[in-house]
Ligand binder design. Structure first.
Ligand code: NFE
Ligand code: MG
Length: 482
């Protein structure tokens, strides 16, 4: 008999995600036969931004998320750079890269140690108090020395995250939510002292990544090899690319591109659209390209089960994230699975941390990182970057000097998207199909698959629904009082 299990909410993620799986026995093995991923929180940032001065966009859109505010600042500023037609000076490009890089290192360490490592280790006798207990304890979890070591590294990782935050704040002004990212560059002043402080913190972070993070991920991978076959998903990957290596915009640490039906291809923005058949948005706003996108919530829509729209490329499902970036860059092509996501994320952290050392060398003490733009009355803009969880895009229209349209499409919207107009499952849903579940009371395998995407629903559904059961009761936060 098929059994339905609901993880509501999924814990050790950012934001509010509900995962519903149906489990049945197929060919003698109990496994997931159906899955639904539901973003259960509406944010409304795209509505909040309408009617505002475009120069506010970077400050406001960063508040979408405390984990990846730098990515939203970067996407927003690139959007404004594009709309205003301004060229960012070299120090501006480099400081933006360094702050974004610091945030990636922080976020990836957070994901492994504080969000997913506990899916693999039995911490009984080590962490028996809240918030670590009660929790799933399954026979395949590893205890003993590895568990002791990983818990020790869990604590060390907290300290490392503090230091990477400090690093980002040196050129970001503060963190989370940087104050120096503006249209036209970065307003922080480059000094020899700041470069030295940044490098000293970066040296510590690089040592942690090389000597602790990457080896720990490989240790977990060695003990759970079956997870190279679990959570394979849609098999398609997409990246916008990020970390400009020069002013041309064509030379990036991570290249844009996609991998669709087994073939590598170019990424053309016109092919992106957001389906809403199963999302709480009016049907009229479906399948629009983000440049023409509309945010019009329909909380009573009978077919819907998520506040995430379903972004698609050429109407096909694509997975975003570190694995997509590393694959498209040719840096990691071992496979697509739970462990491949974890391994690619750790290896990418090393690639970025090592590159940051070179960007510090390129900074010019005293040179401005900011070119003052003039504000157009009418313009359109697109800002693309990568966030820790995958490709991030902001689209904007300016009319009469104010924002008349602002659309954000986040990586978690792609990865945890519900079904689309063609009834194709979203990437996480697809990755769950076929996942073995040994114990219906403790579906740890489901959690391992979901966590491998590092979902952030605050980003995904960029108002609160105070009572989860009262779907008809919505409180819309109006512009100006958010
Ligand atoms: Ni809230 Fe975010 C990242 C973005 S995920 S963490 O990384 O954009 O959608
Ligand atoms: Mg959006």
């Amino acid at each position: 008999m098929p059994t339905t299990i609901k993880l509501d909410p999924v814990t050790r993620i950012e934001g509010h995600l509900e995962i519903e799986v149906t489990v049945d026995t197929v060919k003698g093995e109990q496994q997931v036969i159906d899955a639904k991923s539901s973003g259960t929180m509406f944010r409304g940032f795209e509505i909040i931004l309408q009617g505002r001065d475009p120069r506010d966009a970077a400050m406001l859109s960063q508040r979408i998320c405390g984990v990846c505010p730098v990515s939203h600042a970067m996407a927003s500023c690139r959007n404004l750079d594009d709309a205003f037609g301004v060229t960012v000076p070299e120090n501006g490009r480099l400081m933006r890269n360094l702050v974004l890089g610091a945030n990636f290192v922080q976020s990836h360490i957070l994901h492994f140690y504080h969000l997913t490592a506990l899916d693999y280790i039995d911490t009984t006798g080590i962490l028996d108090i809240a918030p670590w207990a009660p929790r799933y304890v399954t026979p395949d979890m590893v205890g003993g020395t590895l568990a002791q070591t990983l818990v020790g590294h869990y604590v060390a990782a907290l300290e490392m995250r503090r230091k990477t935050h400090q690093m980002g704040a040196l050129f970001g002004g503060k963190l989370p939510c940087v104050s120096s990212f503006v249209a036209g560059g970065c307003t922080e002043v480059v000094s020899a002292e700041k470069i030295a402080s940044f490098r000293s913190l970066l040296d510590e972070a690089r040592a942690f990544v090389d000597n602790v993070y990457v080896p720990d991920v490989l240790a977990v991978a060695g003990l759970f090899p079956e997870y190279y076959e679990i959570g394979t998903g849609c098999g398609n990957l997409l990246a916008y690319g990020a970390f400009d290596l020069d002013a041309s915009g064509n030379n990036k640490l991570f290249a844009p591109g996609r991998y669709t039906d087994g073939t590598t291809g170019q990424m053309n923005l016109a092919e992106i659209n957001e389906h809403v058949k199963y999302s709480w948005y009016t049907e009229a706003t479906g399948t629009l390209n983000p440049a023409d996108g509309v945010t019009d919530p329909d909380p009573d829509k009978p077919s819907a089960y998520s506040w995430c729209k379903a972004p698609r490329y050429g109407d096909q499902v694509h997975e975003l994230g570190p694995l997509a970036r590393m694959w498209i860059n040719g840096d990691y092509t071992n496979g697509i699975s739970v462990l491949d996501r974890l391994a690619a994320r750790a290896l990418e952290t090393k690639v970025i941390a090592d590159a940051m050392d070179g960007w510090l060398d390129e900074l010019e003490v005293g040179a401005s990182g900011y070119a003052e733009p003039s504000l157009p009355q009418t313009a359109t803009g697109v800002g693309l970057t990568e966030a820790p969880r995958g490709a991030l895009g902001h689209w904007m229209e300016i009319t009469d000097g104010t924002i008349s349209r602002y659309q954000v499409v986040t990586p978690t919207a792609w990865n945890t998207s519900p079904r689309d107009d063609l009834d194709q499952l979203g990437p996480t849903e697809a990755a769950l199909i076929g996942t073995p579940v040994a114990d219906l009371e403790q579906p740890i395998e489901v959690l391992r698959v979901v966590h491998s995407f590092d979902p952030c629903l605050a980003c995904g559904v960029h108002l609160a629904r105070p009572d989860d059961r009262a779907r008809g009761t919505k409180v819309l936060i109006q512009p100006g009082i958010a």
